[in-house]
Write a protein that binds this ligand. Sequence first.
Ligand code: NI
Length: 136
Amino acid sequence: MIYITRKERFNAAHKLFRAEWTEQKNLEIFGKCSNPNWHGHNYELFVTVKGEPNKETGFVIDLKFLSKLIKEKVIDKLDHKNINMDVDFMHGRMASTEILAVAIWEQIALPIKSQGCELHCVKLFETENNFVEYFG
Ligand code: NI
């Protein structure tokens, strides 16, 4: 089994808040990420696919296919957008790194499977120090 990873980047705004909580409670729980007037992060996304190399091409997955898929299903929808308001697959969900990693998995897992390999991990850095890994 071989694991291959494509790295992408996007910049996006969000806030973490629950409308039914007071501003004070949101600040206590979510810290700076609860700022009412939004803020942004420079996200880094690592998509890891696993499989056996194709006998003819030597590829686990065609990286042109993978990068186009991630661009169309994920990056174009998130880059320079407001995650809470602009992104269809995040409507009604908390804009946390955890939930975003799961949502990104949902956008790309099936098309990757159609290539005869499997999505192994979505790793998403929100900051240099904080990242999430989702294995499905
Ligand atoms: Ni934040």
